[in-house]
Design a protein around this ligand. Structure first.
Ligand code: SAM
Length: 257
């Protein structure tokens, strides 16, 4: 029998203080991928509408915080399985009335809310989960018919799934192992079709700035290639496969469910 792969959530719980700091830094230093999302949203949505957005695996809620600066008329709900991050976010954003943060597991959101969401976000989450198909199904179930499910994750051009077990010797907690998955884009697309999506498209995310190699840990850094291009690495592993999947939920399929 295969041993259970080490989970990202366990690594975060075990190294909580460091991870909380890392998440807090994302408030003052807006992540480049969030800036990219802000550019994509007006191409995909009528951003003037008063959307309800669910951010699954929201950490401390930093993505909602940055989106709110552009779309203050939206209502945001963030969920994460690590309760300490949710508590920290509630403390940090206690003055933001249109943001609610709750503890919930991405795999079991079917009955999270009576009203489905216009926009559902899974931002840098899927690649660290136990069961990506279950989590995708769960996110899809809580997306409104005709609504948008937006996922940033690692998607491979080859018809191959990768699981990388990283051991972070510099981690201060007892749990130093974590699994990072890179999915086959073809398989991801095929599963979306099984779910009955209307459309799924992919945008490659190229890191626009140079990120220095961290002294320790798993944070992403860049290495320069020729002609100004860069590749992204984390803990020495190539993680240059970040893509944003934009899924539109089919109206008809949902009506039949
Ligand atoms: C790489 S972080 C991304 C956090 C945030 N989306 C961001 O972009 O800063 C992955 C997040 O997924 C959360 N997570 C891991 N397993 C989860 C699960 N089963 N359900 C919900 N959240 C989970 C982690 O606690 C962590 O906050």
């Amino acid at each position: 029998m295969n041993p259970k792969p080490p989970l990202y959530r366990d690594y975060i719980e075990s190294n909580f203080k460091d991870y909380r700091e890392y998440q807090r830094r994302a408030l003052s230093q807006e992540p480049e991928m969030t800036k990219f999302l802000k550019k994509l949203l007006p191409c995909w949505l009528n951003t003037e509408l008063p959307y309800r957005l669910l951010d699954i695996g929201c950490g401390n809620g930093n993505t909602c915080f940055h989106l709110n600066s552009q779309h203050p008329h939206w209502y945001y709900v963030g969920v994460d399985v690590v309760s300490g991050l949710i508590e920290d976010g509630r403390h940090l954003f206690s003055n933001i009335e249109n943001l609610r943060l709750e503890v919930a597991d991405a795999h079991y959101l079917e009955s999270f809310s009576e009203e489905p969401f216009d926009v559902v976000l899974m931002w840098r989450v899927l690649q660290g989960l136990e069961n990506w198909k279950q989590a995708l199904r769960s996110a899809y179930s809580i997306t409104k018919p005709g609504g948008h499910l937006i996922i940033s994750t690692l998607l491979n051009d080859a018809d191959v799934d990768l699981s990388i077990i990283m051991r972070d010797y510099s981690a201060s907690g007892d749990i130093k192992d974590v699994t990072l998955r890179i999915f086959s884009e073809a398989q991801f697309r095929a599963y979306c079709m099984e779910l009955g999506v209307q459309t799924v498209t992919f945008e490659k995310f190229n890191m626009p700035i140079a990120l220095p190699r961290p002294e320790r840990g798993l944070n992403t850094y860049t290495v320069d290639l020729m002609e100004g291009n860069k590749i992204q690495l984390a803990g020495g592993a190539l993680v240059d496969h970040w893509k944003i999947a934009h899924i539109i939920k089919g109206d008809l399929t949902d009506a039949n469910n």
